[in-house]
Design a protein around this ligand. Structure first.
Ligand code: HEM
Length: 460
């Protein structure tokens, strides 16, 4: 396996990561390193450790699926995320993870995901917020999407929304949550070095969030004790309160699922609407599909949304070019091998020591011209569609925005449903979209990856 020279103990690599991240070029720099070295797997000293970098689908498949038991989450991520999230689904492995996943699953049943009335209410609040800002000639949909997904996720999980769309920057919850995530996102990339910046602010944000969530938890536990009937709609909080009366345990799981549910969908919507505002051809085709499949102004149902194949291709393409989780890491739990990257031509297995981190980049994998063709860098939803001329692309493990294997995203359907519903409703409501920012998509990596400049548009 090629070894890339790093500086002494790899400290230089970390300082470079900080510099490149600040310049919003981490993903591109990592991608071009693979291209320059003409390899899909190499190792480099990073932060005092030999780290393997790979974009080989066979290696990723081994870590996530076929050799799942020999791998766990990276220590860097667990240490960083635990500071805010405690020990929940995003920060644990083995039996603790299995337990969290089993507790979460009932909240993702088909019945819960298909709750379009709730989506309609939040879409209406979004449309109202857009109209309130309309006379400013430009709306940042990015900011509003983050507020809307906060409202949706809090109602979905606790049974009550935080009303962040209505309150704007006055909503302490949304602001504290964003600040806290930024901090742990930074720690997970640069390690303890990040502890020196912004710690006091982080501690205040964390205190605010814990107090806020604990109020909901205590109230629900009190209700349960008094034998009050839970609402007919199943929420994650109610499910948890059936299984334990430990406030910290419940708060931990709630925070973990909130991080999963809010930023991911908001980032997908922001990235997609940034593209839509510059691509009238895609918007026209979307409008045509919506008009032919849904009667005018009809609110879409779950089944109708699932049948909008072009809309689904637009989201697939958005997640391909601008993956919301563009980089991920696993560590070997035992001395093991990865199937590819060794030998003179990289086709042989490579040895991985116990505890050695392996970083994979879905951003780079999903731009591979050998898989996606010469136009891999272009936004072209049509590549996913089956036509009379042939089938759309099926890239297998070269494309996995929601991961794969036993830890595959639990919220994939819910996220796509939410993003589809909101997009259809905005297109039904507004006849014209104009971009108000001509800068190209630029990475901003926190816990998720989103266009740094949001989605500034004029809607009429
Ligand atoms: C566009 C939206 C989304 C994307 C791209 C996405 C992507 C991912 C990815 C890549 C992972 C794997 C992380 C890892 O193992 O390192 C993951 C895990 C997870 N996601 Fe999502 N996600 C999205 C939305 C959601 C939503 C809306 C929810 C729930 C409300 C959710 C719940 C989860 C959970 C619980 C896990 C942990 C699974 C486990 O470790 O067993 N996700 N997601």
């Amino acid at each position: 396996m090629p070894v890339r020279e790093g500086s002494l103990f790899g400290l230089g690599t970390i300082l470079k990561v900080v510099k490149i991240s600040k310049a919003s070029r981490l993903l591109e720099a990592n991608f071009s390193r693979f291209q320059k070295m003409q390899t899909k797997t190499f190792s480099m000293m990073t932060n005092g450790q030999s780290v393997i970098y790979t974009i080989d689908p066979e290696n990723v498949r081994a870590m996530l699926v076929t050799q799942f038991d020999s791998w766990e989450l990276s220590a860097l991520r667990k240490t960083a995320y635990t500071r805010l999230l405690g020990h929940g689904i995003f920060t644990t492995d083995g039996d603790a993870w299995k337990h969290s996943r089993a507790m979460l699953k009932p909240s993702f049943t088909r019945g819960e995901i298909g709750n379009v009335e709730m989506l309609e209410r939040h879409s209406e609040s979004l449309i109202k917020a857009i109209r309130l800002q309309q006379d400013q000639n430009s709306v940042d949909l990015g900011d509003l999407f983050f507020r809307m997904t906060t409202d949706f996720a809090t109602e979905y999980l606790f049974g009550e929304p935080t009303e962040s769309l209505e309150r704007g920057v006055e909503d302490g919850f949304c602001e504290a949550f964003s600040g806290g995530l930024k901090y742990i996102g930074k720690l997970s990339r640069v390690g303890r070095l990040g502890l020196f910046f912004g710690r006091t602010k982080f501690q205040a944000e964390r205190r605010y969030l814990y107090n806020f969530i604990d109020r909901y938890v205590r109230r629900t536990l009190e209700d349960a004790k008094d034998g009050a009937k839970f609402p007919s709609r199943h929420t994650f909080l109610h499910e948890l309160s059936r299984q334990t009366n430990d406030v910290v345990r419940i708060r931990t799981e709630l925070l973990n699922i909130l991080i999963a549910g809010r930023d991911t969908t908001a980032s997908l919507l922001t990235n997609t609407w940034h593209v839509l505002s510059h691509r009238p051809d895609i918007v026209a085709r979307l409008r045509k599909e919506i008009a032919s499949d849904l009667p005018p102004q009809k609110r879409p149902t779950f089944e109708e949304l699932k049948n909008l194949t072009y809309l689904s291709a637009v989201f697939k393409e958005s997640l391909r070019l601008h993956p919301v989780i563009p980089l991920n890491t696993r560590e070997a739990t035992v001395p093991t091998t990865l199937p590819k990257g060794g030998g003179p031509d990289g086709t042989q297995p490579v040895f991985v020591a116990k505890g050695q981190p392996v970083i994979y980049s879905s951003y780079a994998m999903q731009r591979d011209k050998n898989v996606f063709g010469d136009d891999a860098e272009e936004f072209h939803p049509e590549r996913w569609l089956d036509t009379d001329e042939g089938k759309g692309i099926r890239p297998g493990f070269s494309y996995m925005p929601f991961n794969a294997g036993p830890r595959i995203c639990l919220g994939q359907q819910l996220a796509l449903m939410e993003a589809s519903y909101v997009t259809v409703r905005l297109l039904q409501e507004f006849e014209s979209i104009e971009a108000r920012d001509n800068r190209p998509w630029t990475e901003e990596i926190g816990v998720t990856c989103v266009n740094k400049y949001g989605a500034k548009v004029a809607l009429a």
